[in-house]
Every structure is written in C-alpha cells, then in structure tokens.
Design a protein around this ligand. Structure first.
Ligand code: SF4
Ligand code: SF4
Ligand code: SF4
Length: 359
C-alpha cells in the first residue's frame, strides 16, 4: 500500500471523535530491533500473551486488523541477511507501512565517545557493523509509529543508571519526547522489566486498530504510557492492601502481610501487574511475595535504590497509620469473633432435638 499517510488525519483526530476514514492501512510490518542493551526478555515475555496472543495477531484471527508481518530476531525463522532484508528495504524507503519496535537501552555514541556498544548486521557496501543508533536514525523517520518495549527501551533502565559508561537512554530521550511519526503518532512506551506480555500486545493491538482507522488517538500519560494500563498504582491492585490498611506489616519474607517494611514501593508506582498477573492471570510481584521495586517508572532504578530498604516516604505513612491500624485490627477481631457465632436465638445448645438417643 503506497498511500500518503502524512496527509491523513488518523493520528491527529481528537480522542473520542470519529473523524477517521477506515480502512487506512491493510498491511503492516512490525520491525523489531532487540539490538539495544538488554536481555531479549521482552521478546520472550510476549510469547506468553493471550489478550491477544501474538499468534492471533499474526495469523489474522482478529477481525478488522491489518495483515501483520512480524520481524523479530528472537522469534524469526530467518537468520542473517534474509532476516535483515525488510530492515534494509525499510531504510531505503521501499517498505511503506511499518511500525518500529525498539527493545533494549539505546547506547548513544555521541555521549559515550569512540567506538560503539550495540549494532545489528553489517553495511553491505562497507562491511561495517550498523549501529543500533544508525538503524533508529534510518528507520524512525519512515515509520508509521514507534513503540519502546520494556524499561530499557522506554527510559534507559538499568543500563542508564548513574555511572554507566554507555551513554544509554530510552527511545524518547533519543528521538525527543515530542517526536511524531510520519502518521502523526507519538512514541508509545510500554515499560516493565520485562514488559507484562498482555500490556504490550494490547498496546500493539490498539495501534494496529488505529492504523486501520478503527480507533481514536491512543491515550498516553506524560511518560508516554497507555493511560488505561498505567493509571493505577501497584498498591491499588495488591492482594495485601487490607494488611496495609490495618498496619499489619511483614517483618520477614514468607509472610502473607504487607511488604512495605521490606522495601515495597507499591503505593507510589504505576503498574497493573498485581491486578493482571504475569501469565494467564497468575503472579504479580507483591501478590506472590516480591516487593515492588518500581520497574515501570522513569526513575528506575536509581530512585528506588537501595532495593529492599523501606522507602523513606513509606516509613512516614506506615508509621502514621500504625495507631489507627492497631485499633481497627482489634475492633475487627472482636467483630469477627461475634460473626463466627450463630445468633443466640438459634438452637445451638448441647441438648439434642432429633430424638436420636444413640441406641
Ligand atoms: Fe531485559 Fe528488562 Fe531490559 Fe527488557 S527491560 S531488555 S527484560 S533488562
Ligand atoms: Fe501496598 Fe506493597 Fe503492601 Fe501491597 S505489599 S499493600 S503494594 S505496600
Ligand atoms: Fe515492576 Fe513493581 Fe510492577 Fe513488579 S509490581 S512489575 S516490580 S513495577
């Protein structure tokens, strides 16, 4: 499909208004670069998605979606130049409709100095490695949209922490937070280390629907995260919330109580993992005994360190609710004891009323 997407209003349509002319794009390539500094954990993670699954999207099982061709080095059957073919074609401007997905932190050689930290393939004319930053420079201006998957690609993550020599950064720091694709879409960030599988696939599904003219502009927060996935805190969805409310705090791992004293940052971290679980609704950091260390947040990891220390703000708030929590716990224990007894007008005395005498 060669229509000029720059002239279309699909991305600038105000949220909620039906100004798009469907269908827009009938075929989309997803060019997925894992050549940032990372561990490929996000590519592995999405193989567990089910809402939708990657198979459903690729095999066209979802009505209305464009035909999707996925090019991901971890999941592809092709290798070497055969795999790189679509990337080269896209860079030359021969692949009209593609979405760029970036996984891994982007090492910016302008900051790190001589040499390079990450590359994918080699330039056929010079034989030199093509740096990750070169791929992004070549592909981003031609992409319909750009998605950063995982915390490394969104905000730099572990590779961008204080003292790193790599010049690593997230996609929006590299391209600019106001960057827009040729179709008018902003960068979409889906953080998490790794990304929650359904969070990414749901976001991709949304973008594909938007490109097909079936959805309004994707709603994003100021950190470019989809709002419907990231507007609640971990604490809002945590199974241990009632323990927090009663100031009933775990003192060691293995307890079912609230983990705030062990270093959980859940009250101030935006993430839906405790609600959604990791795979098929199962898991979700604090639900299964792991403290939240804020991996979906732009300030991760530096602002959450040292891990496993009680967060300073949590010390104040948890200490403040201690007296209230202790009273509430005692009152609830009393009420619970009462509720565990039948009302006094019920016959619950030892005498039998059946006439059964045991002979
Ligand atoms: Fe790996 Fe986490 Fe970075 Fe993803 S965000 S590449 S899972 S370290
Ligand atoms: Fe909140 Fe963490 Fe306690 Fe859960 S474990 S209730 S997220 S502080
Ligand atoms: Fe990361 Fe916390 Fe969400 Fe777990 S609950 S995925 S540590 S932000």
């Amino acid at each position: 499909m060669t229509e000029d997407l720059a002239t279309q209003d699909l991305a600038v349509a105000p949220y909620g208004r039906k100004t798009q002319k469907a269908p827009r794009v009938s075929e989309v390539h997803v060019l997925w670069i894992t050549a940032g500094l990372g561990c490929d954990g996000d590519s592995v993670s999405i193989t567990a998605a089910s809402q939708p699954s990657i198979e459903d999207v690729i095999l066209g099982a979802i009505p209305g979606l464009p035909k999707v061709h996925l090019h991901n080095p971890v999941l592809a059957y092709e290798t070497g130049e055969e795999f790189l073919g679509p990337f080269h074609r896209a860079a030359r401007g021969e692949l009209d409709n593609f979405v760029l997905v970036v996984e891994g932190s982007i090492p910016n050689e302008k900051l790190s100095g001589e040499g390079y930290w990450a590359a994918m393939g080699a330039d056929p004319t010079t034989g030199q490695p093509i740096k990750t930053t070169e791929w992004i420079d070549r592909l981003a201006p031609k992409a319909l949209g750009a998605v950063a998957i995982g915390t490394c690609a969104t905000y730099g993550g572990i590779h961008a922490m204080a003292g790193n020599p790599t010049g690593c950064m997230g996609l929006a720091d590299y391209l600019g937070w106001d960057w827009k694709s040729k179709a008018g879409l902003p960068i979409v960030n889906v953080p998490g280390c790794p990304v929650q599988p359904d969070n990414f696939m749901e976001t991709l599904l949304y973008l594909l629907r938007q490109l097909a003219g079936l959805a309004p502009m994707i709603p994003l927060d100021e950190a470019l995260r989809p709002t419907w996935l990231f507007d609640n805190t971990v604490h809002n969805g945590c199974d241990r919330g009632s323990y927090y409310e009663q100031a009933d705090f775990a003192q060691e791992y293995g307890s079912r109580k609230c983990l705030v004293k062990l270093g959980c940052w859940g009250p101030v971290v935006q993430c839906n993992v405790p609600k959604r679980g990791w795979m098929a609704g199962i898991g979700g950091c604090p639900n299964v005994g792991g403290i939240c260390i804020g991996c979906t947040m732009p300030g991760f990891p530096d602002k959450f360190m040292p891990f496993m220390d009680e967060p300073p703000g949590a010390r104040i708030s948890s200490n403040a609710i201690m007296p209230y929590g202790a009273i509430i716990r005692r009152l609830r224990r009393l009420t619970n004891t009462t509720l565990n007894k039948e009302p006094k007008w019920r016959h619950n005395r030892p005498e039998l009323t059946t006439g059964y005498r045991g002979d």
